[in-house]
Design a protein around this ligand. Structure first.
Ligand code: SME
Length: 159
């Protein structure tokens, strides 16, 4: 599945530099192609918090307070964070009470971190290490095609 997704995402973003535009299509395509995902989208660094970006799924938390939850754990680790059971993650931020597992991938370009891609599922243990590796490859395609400095400025990235 990921082999095909990598080709499809590349073709969706290759001719466009605007991150918002690319992230909209990225989220729409992945959400429509992946199974058992309740929410898929972006949170971008904005001053001292993470602010919601393009996504698919139900409305979610607008701002994630610094150093709380799974998304901030990924920012601080600068790596993928996979949580098999969100109820066991101490500072997990609940946006949808039915979500049970989550994976978060940081958006890093030229060593600078801009935010995260976040996926939630209503199933426990939905995500594998293989998902983490491939989602990272997909995110790399997105950030490499997009003008990340511009979106950082727009969202007020200071972190
Ligand atoms: N659960 C996340 C918050 C974002 S929602 O899942 C869409 C967290 O703990 O950071």
């Amino acid at each position: 599945m990921y082999k095909q997704l990598l080709v499809e995402i590349e073709s969706l973003v290759i001719d466009e530099k605007n991150f918002v535009v690319n992230a909209c299509n990225f989220a729409a395509h992945l959400y429509s192609q992946m199974q058992d995902i309740s929410w898929l989208g972006f949170y971008l660094l904005s001053h001292d918090s993470l602010l919601i970006g393009p996504y698919q799924g139900k409305p979610a938390c607008i701002r994630l307070q610094k150093n709380k939850g799974v998304c901030w754990a990924s920012i601080n680790k600068r790596d993928v964070v996979k949580v098999d059971n969100v109820h066991e993650f101490p500072s997990h931020i609940v946006c949808d009470a039915l979500a049970n597992s989550e994976i978060v991938v940081p958006l890093i370009k030229n060593g600078v971190i801009y935010g995260v891609l976040d996926l939630d599922s209503y199933s426990l243990d939905r995500f594998t290490d293989e998902d983490g590796i491939n989602l990272k490859l997909l995110v790399d395609i997105l950030v490499n095609a997009s003008d990340m400095q511009a979106i950082g400025k727009f969202y007020g990235k200071t972190y």
